[in-house]
Design a protein around this ligand. Structure first.
Ligand SMILES: O=C[C@H](O)[C@H](O)COP(=O)(O)O
Ligand SMILES: C=C(OP(=O)(O)O)C(=O)O
Ligand SMILES: [Mn+2]
Length: 464
């Protein structure tokens, strides 16, 4: 529970995105039950950090957020597809140029596979530049008889298992902001500065290890090359291929941080959470009358909600009424994460209720979080086959109901890690000791991510 809360003190100014100190309702969440919040160790550090955050520049701009809402509206109608991916938990240490570029390249590669296979525009969105706060099943962790606070993401405490590192340090919110800013700066440079030019489709594959998915991608890239050369000879204008739109997203878990980055847009006079373009509410914090749903109901960003296997159709309808009362296209995304074993049985009733109500949400599959298991040798892992099975189930259910499977949400990385089991160049448990790097949930590695993209492209092309 939040023990300490202050209202950001920023005055309303005439700048493009002014502080939101007095905007009605934005602090309503403070009087509601709130779970998964830190217990900061120093009240003064907390107050200083929040007041500094509340006057720092926005990380994203309201106009970009509005563009994303339009793109998501198209995806909800089956005219585009959302690809959202990145780490379970970003860390400050791993916010390096190499790591960030490997992830962006992998997402660009996946997007090309999907666009080419499905002949649909793909909306590219990272779980990046702000994915620093983690909900946990337990408040504590015990190792060799020693119990300390659980790791809750770099924005709250450190992963190192010492009392100092695990204390909840509010100054980390400032470091999270600055790390998000530098990550976003690099992403913008990559995607706007020529690196994402479709004519460099081969270059994105360089530096990754040779494997079956790598080879399959090369052959697709050759086809794209031929098509581009043909169009070039016909005198086509390739200006539009030079840049790609890339959006940032994270779980809006730490409400003091999200509130401090909320600004009033000078064009519309409305509040935008400028910490990311898209924010989602996690499975553990989606109670209808609790703080997270209240706070996010009041910002203009497109909002996602994770829906686990216990979700009922009525839960979904209540969330729509709270988060999207105007039924605005692109406003609300439901990210289902029911588990391979449950999806075919549980998802239909939820979709049917929503469809019958006339609401049009964007349906996205997260095939990761319902399929977590512990390996024999003690690592948190997921079987690639289970992940694939949930994706297949998601497409089957939508096909049977005539609704739109509009996106894929993945925990993935561009690095050659060993965290999820299987794939066509299979990862086994023995590889974990050397190549398991995640500080929270297991991610698909570069090859498994590409493989997943080919599979989803296949499913989408059957649909169209
Ligand atoms: O990423 C999601 C959650 O933070 C994570 O799955 C919770 O994991 P835990 O059960 O290890 O706390
Ligand atoms: C915590 C997460 O997921 P969920 O809320 O679906 O468990 C996550 O996306 O890392
Ligand atoms: Mn996770």
């Amino acid at each position: 529970m939040t023990e300490l809360s202050v209202s950001p003190a920023a005055p309303l100014t005439s700048t493009a995105q002014a502080g939101a100190a007095d905007y009605p309702g934005l602090d309503n969440w403070r009087s509601l039950p709130v779970s998964q919040q830190p217990s900061w160790s120093d009240a003064d550090v907390f107050r200083r950090s929040v007041s500094e955050l509340s006057i720092l520049p926005p990380l994203v701009f309201a106009g970009e957020v509005d563009v994303l809402r339009e793109r998501l509206a198209a995806a909800a109608q089956g005219k585009a597809f959302l690809l959202q991916g990145g780490d379970c938990a970003e860390t400050f240490e791993a916010a390096t140029a190499d790591r960030i570029s490997a992830r962006v390249k992998t997402i660009l590669q996946m997007a090309v596979v999907l666009t080419y296979g499905a002949q649909l525009p793909v909306i590219k969105m990272g779980r990046m530049a702000g994915q620093f706060a983690k909900p946990r099943s337990s408040d504590t962790e015990t190792r060799d008889g020693v119990t300390l606070p659980a790791y809750r993401g770099d924005i709250v405490n450190g992963y190192e298992f010492t009392p100092e590192s695990r204390a909840h340090d509010a100054s980390r919110m400032l470091r999270a902001y600055h790390t998000s800013a530098s990550t976003l700066n690099l992403i913008r440079a990559f995607t706007q500065g020529g690196f994402a030019d479709l004519r460099l489709v081969h270059l994105w594959n360089k530096g990754f290890t040779e494997n079956p998915a790598h080879a399959r991608y090369e052959s697709l890239a050759r086809e794209i090359d031929r098509a581009i050369k043909f169009m070039d000879s016909c005198g086509a204008d390739f200006e539009a291929l030079k840049r790609v739109e890339f959006f940032a997203s994270h779980e809006a878990l730490l409400l003091d941080y999200e509130r401090a980055l909320t600004r009033i847009d000078s064009r519309t006079g409305l509040p935008y959470d400028t910490s990311a373009h898209f924010l989602w509410i996690g499975e553990r914090t989606r109670e209808i009358d609790h703080a997270h749903v209240d706070f996010l109901s009041r910002v203009r960003n497109p909002i996602g909600v994770k829906l686990g296997p216990s979700t009922t159709g009525d839960d979904a309808l209540r969330l729509i009424d709270r988060l999207d009362p105007e039924r605005e296209p692109g406003r609300l995304t439901f990210i289902t994460r029911m588990g391979a074993k449950n999806i075919r049985e549980k998802l239909p009733a939820v979709i049917e209720k929503v469809t019958a109500s006339g609401a049009q949400v964007l349906w996205v599959t997260d095939p990761m979080h319902g399929n977590t298991v512990t390996s024999q040798n003690g690592y948190k892992t997921r079987r690639f086959d289970d992940v694939v099975d949930e994706v297949r189930g998601f497409f089957e259910v939508h096909e049977a109901l005539g609704t739109v499977p509009g996106g894929l949400h993945m925990e993935m990385t561009g690095d050659d890690v060993a965290e999820c089991l299987g794939g066509s160049d299979p990862i086994d448990e023995d590889a974990f000791a050397d190549r398991y790097e995640s500080v929270c949930d297991p991610r698909l590695n570069h090859m498994q991510s590409l493989e997943m993209a080919f599979l989803v492209a296949g499913a989408l092309s059957k649909r169209s």
